[in-house]
Write a new protein. Structure first.
Length: 324
């Protein structure tokens, strides 16, 4: 394994920021493995996104706007990625650890007979072989696995586990030749949930609540009001999710989602290490807590000591007034 290939998940040329995180990580891994960093973009809008990715530190971006990719379920995508892997040689394929990314990655691994690692949060190179780090058993333990150096490997990478940075000298943008196949399952319609997987991880501002809020009402009340004022999203600690106050899809932490917004506001969250792992890369961290000695005080940028039910509504008013 020498080269690195990033599978770009997008919708008509609009992608989530994990794409740029993977593009940046691909360069670092390719340098350590002694190979090249590639990306592959497929479907409607692929060419425009490929040209955008050329400003990231990749060697080549491959694309195809073949209509089969959008018309059929998964199989054309996998066929194109498999063809790209065959063309560039033994490779690590990076996919986002999302529903689509895991689907593509696992099926590609089966076709290639390759090793597969999900929810990857770290990489290292040991004697020419790639080692991946993954939280397991609900975050109770952290495991590591090593890919065979000469084989293909697939890694589904947790969004926000790595940073994204431009700095490429101009990747070569290459159009892929048509890949044909006997595809059977067509996509007739797509239905999106009102609050999907994208919201929390992509939000520029996250307002998260913890056990100190005492119940679910605050999440749909004062926290949502503040998040809406910022144009952001509501998150939660594990304790709040375990209590049934919010769905686990809103949980931030080692066993939940990793977020890296420009502004993170933690309300009535103690700041245990499990939660810190999921939000420590945020730009500015503000904590609102009755306890001035809570662990979150050690790593937040601003600590506001007081009653959240008095502070948050006033903060919401100020934000709305400033935006008006």
């Amino acid at each position: 394994m020498q080269n690195v290939l990033v599978y770009v998940e997008h919708k008509k040329g609009q992608t989530r920021k994990v794409t740029f995180e993977l593009a940046t990580q691909a360069r670092e891994l390719a340098d350590k493995l002694g190979g090249k960093a590639h990306a592959i973009v497929l479907g409607a809008g692929a060419k425009a996104l490929a040209e955008q990715l050329a400003s990231y530190p990749l060697d080549a971006v491959h694309y195809s706007e073949d209509g089969d990719v959008d018309a059929y379920l998964a199989d054309p995508t996998i066929a194109y990625v498999q063809a790209a892997v065959a063309a560039i040689g033994p490779s690590l394929v990076l996919v986002p650890n999302t529903m689509q990314g895991r689907d593509i990655g696992s099926r590609l691994a089966a076709r290639l007979g390759a090793g597969y690692a999900a929810d990857v949060t770290g990489f290292a190179v040991d004697g020419g072989a790639l080692v991946v780090t993954m939280p397991k058993m609900g975050g109770a333990t952290i495991s590591q696995a090593k890919f065979n150096a000469a084989d293909h490997g697939i890694a589904a990478v947790r969004p926000n586990a790595f940073g994204a940075a431009k700095g490429g000298s101009g990747a070569t943008v290459l159009e892929l030749s048509k890949v044909s196949g006997a595809y059977r399952i067509t996509i007739e319609n797509e239905v999106e949930e009102a609050s999907g997987e994208l919201g929390l991880e992509e939000a520029a501002t996250v307002v998260a609540g913890g056990r100190g809020l005492g119940g679910p009402e605050a999440f749909t009340g004062i926290l949502k009001d503040l998040a809406d004022a910022f144009g952001g999203a509501v998150g939660a600690s594990r304790a709040a999710a375990d209590a049934g106050w919010v769905p686990y899809s809103l949980q931030i932490g080692q066993t939940g989602k990793t977020v890296s917004p420009n502004l993170y506001i933690g309300v009535a969250i103690s700041g245990a290490i499990q939660h810190k792992v999921g939000m420590r890369s945020s730009g500015t961290i503000v904590a609102i807590n009755k306890d001035g000695q809570a662990p979150i005080a050690e790593f937040c940028d601003l600590l506001v000591v007081g009653d959240a039910f008095a502070i948050v509504p006033e903060l919401t008013k100020l934000v709305r007034a400033a935006k008006a």
